[in-house]
Design a binder for this molecule. Structure first.
Ligand code: CP
Ligand code: NVA
Length: 305
């Protein structure tokens, strides 16, 4: 029996596989579908489970699946038995009898793992509290469209060491670029992930100094200061800690003059990014959002081919 091709996290796949998926995504975007097959999902269905809100992930997956000839089926806790306590394992077993792949956006990493363990079809991670790998594929695609190969380049992260920061760490190891993260001491990314990336040979700098991270960087990235899994009661404390890490024009001026600004969105102007940077000439955030569609077509094609 061949192994199921799950897309669970960037650290769980080889660099060559990720590069192929990315190149296939670029090929879809260019209108040259890989292998000349425009609709590799013809006759196939994909379940999309959302245990958290979404705009981009939901629309880009639904549209991408349709464009590849497949049929998306959206499930939310309020409208399915997941909301009444049916287990993830049982949901995995049942969905495996109807559809050809499952994308899930959920809270704890363990739920993603459980789904993959009990499904007999590919599972795609559409965000957990810990990671957001589909977003990273779109982010690397966007970087390379603007600045060429990311290998050996410098990406600076400013702000919360959250799920996006973890996926950037995974990507630094697999796509071989330098990642420098400026985060407040208590909001650093998990040290096991930093150590993993270093162990894989990546150059990783973790600092509380914005300048140390951003100086001469090719790309500056940030994300919301309060993620969907975070305790909203803790927001005020987080805002205070993170205020010195806002990406504004002064911060962008520390990077290379050719540097781009990335944000996975949704963005909060005046918090993690100033309106001037978000809406300014270095911002590539709308390309990033579009590239979710193309990168995920590469992922779907890989999982289901
Ligand atoms: N970037 C991203 O995943 O956006 P959504 O939460 O809107 O899906
Ligand atoms: N860190 C954010 C990303 C949203 C796409 C969150 O988890 O809410």
């Amino acid at each position: 029996m061949s192994e199921i091709k799950h897309f669970l996290d960037i650290d769980r796949l080889e660099g060559d596989t990720l590069r192929q998926i990315l190149e296939d995504g670029k090929a879809y975007k260019a209108g040259n579908p890989p292998g000349g097959v425009a609709k590799p999902l013809a006759g196939k269905s994909v379940a999309l489970i959302f245990e958290k809100p979404s705009t981009r992930t939901r629309v880009s997956f639904e549209v991408g699946i349709s464009q590849l000839g497949g049929h998306p089926v959206v499930l939310e806790p309020g409208g399915s038995q997941l909301g009444r306590g049916e287990t993830i394992a049982d949901t995995a077993r049942v969905l495996s009898r109807y559809v050809d792949a499952i994308m899930i956006r959920t809270t704890r990493e363990e739920k993603l793992q459980e789904l993959a363990e009990f499904a007999s079809i590919p599972v795609i991670n559409g965000l957990t509290d810990r990671t957001h790998p589909c977003q990273l594929m779109a982010d690397i695609m966007t970087f390379e469209e603007h600045l060429g190969s990311i290998e050996g380049k410098v990406v600076a992260w400013c702000g919360d060491g959250n799920n996006m920061a973890v996926s950037w760490l995974h990507a630094a190891a697999r796509f071989r670029f330098e990642l420098r993260l400026a985060c407040p001491d208590n909001l650093r990314p998990p040290s096991d992930v930093v150590n993993w990336a270093r162990g894989e040979g990546a150059t990783i700098v973790v600092t509380d100094q914005v300048r140390e991270a951003v100086e001469q960087a090719d790309c500056v990235v940030t994300d919301t200061w309060v993620s969907m899994g975070d305790d909203v009661g803790d927001s005020e404390r987080r805002m205070k800690l993170l205020a010195p890490y806002q990406v504004d024009a002064k911060v962008m001026a520390m990077a290379k003059s050719s540097a781009i600004f990335q944000h996975c969105l949704p963005a909060y102007r005046g918090k993690e990014v100033s309106a001037e940077v978000m809406d300014g000439p270095q911002s590539v955030v709308w390309d990033e959002a579009e590239n979710r569609l193309h990168a995920q077509k590469g992922i779907l094609n890989w999982c289901l081919s």
